[in-house]
Structures are given as C-alpha cells and as structure tokens.
Design a protein around this ligand. Structure first.
Ligand SMILES: Nc1ncnc2c1ncn2[C@@H]1O[C@H](COP(=O)(O)OP(=O)(O)OP(=O)(O)O)[C@@H](O)[C@H]1O
Length: 230
C-alpha cells in the first residue's frame, strides 16, 4: 500500500538531511506504530507521505501511484482521494456539527463520494453510520463540535478520516490528550473501522505503551539506519 525507497529530505537552510530512509513498506491492512525522539523527523515523514512537503529525493509510492512524481496540485487531489488524516489538534470546524465535519472529509474528492454512492448510501447516511460505529450517538451527532469532549472530538476526526474509504490513514499523536483507557479504546475503534475495508494505518506517537496493540512498530532512528524492517 505504501512503499518508500531511497528517500532523503533536507529542510531549507539546514546543512544535513533530517530524513534518510533506504526502504519502508507498509502492506494493505497493516497497522504500523512509528516512534522516535522529539525532532527525529516523524512529522516531516508524515508530511512527505501526505504530499504537503515536496519529496526532494527518492520515491514514495501509495496505492500503486508514484505520489512523489506528482505536482503540488496533483498531490492535493491525490491526498483527498487516497489518504485519511487525524492530527493532534483534530482540525475540526467548531461551529459545525459532527455530521457536517465528517462529510467535509469528502468535499474535495469525487472518488471518495463515488465510493459511498456505489454502496447505495448518501454522504450523510455514511457520516452517521461512521459516527455511530465510533461511539457518537445520534443526539451528539447533531450538536456543535465545540460542545464535545476531547475524546468525542477525536472520534469525529477519525470518522472524517475514514469517510469514503481512503486506502491509508495517517495519524500524528491523535491520542496525546487522552488517559490510558481512552487511548486504548480509541485505537481499538480505529482498528475495527480499518478492518471494514482493509485500510492501512500509520500511527505516530511518543507513547510506546501503545506499540503492542499494532501489527508492527518502527523506530524512526532505526529506519534511518536501514534496519531490515520491510
Ligand atoms: N518548517 C520547518 N522548517 C525548518 N525545519 C523544520 C521545520 N519543521 C521541522 N523542522 C526540523 O526538522 C526536524 C524534525 O522535525 P519534526 O517535527 O519532523 O520531528 P518530530 O519527530 O515529529 O518531533 P516531535 O516528536 O517533537 O513532534 C527538527 O529538527 C525540526 O526543527
């Protein structure tokens, strides 16, 4: 689902590369936990995979497409079609309801909207189903997101990532504001949703106690040294 080869990335004005990754492969449906010290380049790697950063050297192949060869505009469209994202601050629109926030996940992707209509469902029906599966009841689905707890907002952000069945979900520290029980519960919900259509998950966190829940864990410093991880 995701294959990276010979990737190198240097920030402007820096004399050394922050990332040098010989090889990384994540299979379809695989759940991978990525950890590493602060400043080791985890968010930079996610930015390169998501296509918000230009790949300077190497190849990033996602769902059979060489995403690193696309223009910036093509990468924006590619991301909308194929990648669901969940970030630490969730990036939800607070004055909209959970349903409205989740349907926005398909706003820029005809492909994701088609994936839903091919199952004979409307966008709103799919948003409601996802929110229910992720534990947001019908009453809460209609409220304004600003009135929801952090845990509820996090589940809305997850539903928005999954809507329209993107092949890969990338998550950057999405559980940092939660207690240990809520963190485990959230990750299990994430996995059960991913299992519905074999989505791959790349999950970044400092909290190594979460690693055993995943199929595989990767240390970014090890990856940079080219340890046999794929
Ligand atoms: N926009 C930027 N411009 C220049 N350098 C940057 C930029 N963003 C990050 N860096 C540098 O790249 C390195 C890696 O940063 P990055 O945020 O990817 O690390 P991280 O592993 O995600 O850290 P953390 O765990 O603290 O979030 C750091 O040295 C950082 O200073």
């Amino acid at each position: 689902m995701l294959t990276i080869s010979q990737l190198q990335f240097t920030w402007p004005k820096s004399s050394t590369a922050v990332l040098t990754i010989p090889k990384l492969h994540i299979a379809r449906g695989e759940h991978v936990f990525l950890h590493g010290p602060s400043g080791s380049g985890k968010s930079t790697l996610l930015g390169l995979i998501a296509g918000t950063l230009d790949c300077q050297q190497g190849v990033i192949e996602i769902a059979g497409t060489n995403a690193s060869a696309l223009s910036r505009g093509q990468r924006d469209k590619f991301r909308a079609d194929h990648i669901g994202t969940i970030f630490q601050n969730f990036n939800l629109l607070p004055y909209l309801s959970p349903i409205e926030n989740v349907t926005l996940g398909c706003e820029f992707s005809k492909k994701r909207r088609q994936n839903i209509s091919s199952q004979n469902k409307s966008l709103e029906q799919e948003a409601k189903l996802l929110l229910s599966d992720l534990g947001i009841d019908e009453h809460t689905q209609q409220r304004s997101v600003a009135e929801l707890s952090i845990g509820q907002q996090q589940r809305v952000a997850a539903a928005r990532a999954f809507i329209g069945r993107p092949e890969i979900i990338i998550a950057d520290e999405p559980t940092s504001a939660l207690d240990a029980d809520s963190r485990d519960g959230f990750i299990k919900l994430l996995f059960s949703q991913a299992a519905v259509y074999s989505a791959s998950i790349l999950f970044v966190s400092h909290d190594k106690s979460l690693a055993p829940l995943f199929d595989r864990q990767i240390s970014l410093p090890d990856l940079q040294q080219g340890a046999p991880l794929c």
